[in-house]
Design a protein around this ligand. Structure first.
Ligand code: BGC
Length: 596
């Protein structure tokens, strides 16, 4: 008998996003139509059929707006324009139309915490005097020691550190050439933070929302959703925020307990007696903004949605972002951070379902994205619960085979949970992180700002392999093409999409099968209860969703398949009648007699 049912309120939600599978496209690395070595919007359009066939419901595109690309487009110079490296607005419209024609929804990225320093507003601010309305759109302050008549402003206004490393403040030069005020940037120097205490900022971002809603987008992924509002007075803070909560800096030092955190990694947490809350993350004031945006989206038809990128803990705190009058979804990073560990994964699953239920929202499940080491590589590390900030050739190299075996199993878990699932481009091919990228190829600002201590995120952003026998593994569909903007590792050749297409044991076909079963058994809008076989202490995760019993074995010994069940899908075998679930694998089972 299955144990108590855990509420899955998402099943009552009729909106498309409640159980959607969303495929994240990182445009510069997805598909290159014009042959310049960088992906583009026409490249996306060319591959929509592939995504339809994969079986996803929606795509989310990382930024393609006009940008100097100091942070791969997360530094927006014009929110209403497509950067020429990605194409034109017409290319966007054509892509959107074709996606909609195929029944795919389209989510775009909104970057409201900061602009590029090349945004017209920031340029105007630099050219305007301290205290001017143009400066009030950002967070300019005099230096700490810049008292009238004394001090020279050499010290930044407070001790905040940039999430990419180094100070979070940069000093300006006034129009007359003298050293001037400082401005805040939680990320790179070229990403000045907007001042969300200023109504003009609210108006502008609302207008940006409308611009894309009017064009027909179905939703927004909201970047750094927990960072927009800063504590009044900008008080000093002894902590330092990491890009990804739970990441461990640099190399894999031995001796750390699995999942151990160092002092410098306590950023996004809710207040606890010994870890004061960050003055710039998860401030209560952010929710007012999302209530405003909720109203804007509600004016449009078609269940437009927002998904929060908020590295916030605990799960109850994250649930505040998805209250009925705020956003519709938030990425469930606890699940991503659980690693290959049944006990941690079980806690993340239950916490997420329970906390989402308190606000009547559905959960999301995500294993990888453009900011994290790909899960096929993380799970191949000695400690498969660690989160390195990138991997370089001097670091521990993952066991690729083991990582991929576990990644395939984790995917079966993720795609069978009730709620919405996010798939990061290339994971359906089983792509590993590029762990031996030469430093000369790296582009992530976090690599440079930490002087290489953090390897950065380039390794998960390598252009996709579409054809094993083509230059650049077919990343470009053009006759003549430049080399892909980041070099691909040789292993990408064997994992190219064309080699996996139609091959039953391939990762691509595993994803297709899992997505097909997810749809046939309505798992996204399903139910959830831990099954009798659930034994996280021994590495076994087992749950029932509608007619499907899901078992994943993260332990060390094979686990018997309960009597009376047949295998629908296995992460390591074709459909067959297994007697047991081997270590590092997962299965979908169905009671004999109820199979489809
Ligand atoms: C994005 C990153 C980006 C950062 C600054 C993050 O949340 O996912 O890729 O570097 O925001 O915009």
């Amino acid at each position: 008998m299955p144990q108590a049912v855990i509420p899955t309120p998402g099943s009552e939600l009729a909106a498309w996003w409640a159980d959607a599978v969303v495929y994240q496209i990182y445009p510069r690395s997805f598909s290159d139509a014009n042959g310049d070595g960088l992906g583009d919007l026409r490249g996306v359009t060319e591959r929509l059929d592939y995504l339809k066939r994969l079986g996803v419901d929606a795509v989310w595109l990382s930024p393609f707006y006009r940008s100097p690309q100091a942070d791969a487009g997360y530094d927006v110079a014009d929110y209403r324009a497509v950067d020429p490296i990605f194409g034109t607005l017409q290319d966007f419209d054509a892509m959107l139309e074709q996606a909609h024609g195929l029944g795919l929804k389209v989510i775009v990225d909104l970057v409201p915490n900061h602009t590029s320093d090349e945004h017209a507003w920031f340029q105007e601010a630099l050219a305007s005097p301290p205290g001017s309305p143009a400066r009030e759109r950002y967070i300019f302050r005099p230096g700490k020691d810049q008292e009238p008549g004394s001090g020279d402003g050499l010290l930044p206004p407070n001790n905040w550190q940039s999430i990419f490393g180094g100070p979070a403040w940069t000093r300006t030069t006034e129009p007359d050439g003298t050293p001037g005020e400082w401005y805040l940037h939680l990320f790179d120097t070229k990403q000045p933070d907007l001042n969300w205490d200023n109504p003009e900022v609210h108006e502008e971002m609302e207008s940006v929302l409308r611009f894309w809603l009017d064009r027909g987008v179905d939703g927004f992924r909201v970047d750094v959703a927990h960072g927009l509002v800063k504590e009044e007075g900008l008080p000093d803070w002894a902590g330092a925020a990491a890009m990804v909560e739970g990441q461990q800096a640099g190399h894999h030092e031995s001796g750390d307990a699995p999942g151990a955190h160092t002092d410098a990694e306590e950023p996004h947490r809710a207040p606890t007696p010994d870890a004061p809350a960050s003055p710039y993350l998860d401030q209560d004031g952010v929710h007012e903004i999302y209530r405003e945006w909720h109203q804007v989206l509600a004016e449009y038809d078609g269940d437009r949605m927002m998904v929060a990128e908020a590295w916030v803990e605990p799960a109850e705190r994250l649930a505040r972002y998805i209250r009925k009058d705020e956003m519709q979804q938030a990425f469930n990073f606890d699940f991503l951070l659980a690693g290959w560990d049944a006990a941690r994964m079980a806690v993340a699953i239950e916490d997420s379902l329970v906390s989402a239920a308190t606000v009547g929202a559905s959960s999301t499940w995500v294993l990888s994205n453009h900011d994290t080491v790909r899960h096929a590589s993380r799970f191949g590390l000695k400690d498969p619960t660690t989160f390195p900030k990138g991997i370089g050739k001097e670091d521990e190299q993952p066991d690729q085979q083991l990582g991929l075996t576990r990644a395939r199993a984790a995917t079966l878990v993720s795609l069978a949970l009730p709620g919405s699932a996010y798939v990061y481009q290339g994971e359906e091919l089983g792509l590993p992180e590029h762990t031996t990228l030469p430093d000369t190829a790296r582009q992530d600002p976090s690599f440079f700002r930490t002087l290489g201590a953090e390897r950065g995120r380039d390794g998960c952003r390598v252009p996709l392999p579409w054809r094993s026998d083509a230059p650049g593994y077919g990343f470009s569909s053009a006759q003549q093409s430049a080399a892909p903007w980041l070099p691909q590792p040789p292993s990408f050749g064997e994992l190219a999409a064309d080699l996996q297409d139609g091959v039953e044991s391939s990762t691509l076909e595993l994803y297709r099968s899992a997505l097909d079963l997810r749809r046939r058994y309505s798992l996204g809008s399903g139910s959830f209860s831990w099954a009798d076989a659930h034994d996280p202490g021994n590495g076994v995760l087992a749950f029932q969703n509608r007619d499907v019993l899901v078992m994943a074995n993260m332990g060390t010994v094979p686990v018997a398949v309960p009597e009376g069940y047949a295998v629908l899908l296995s992460s390591i075998y074709d459909v067959g009648n297994l007697a047991s679930v081997p270590t590092d694998s997962a299965v979908y089972l169905v009671a004999t007699g109820t199979g489809a």
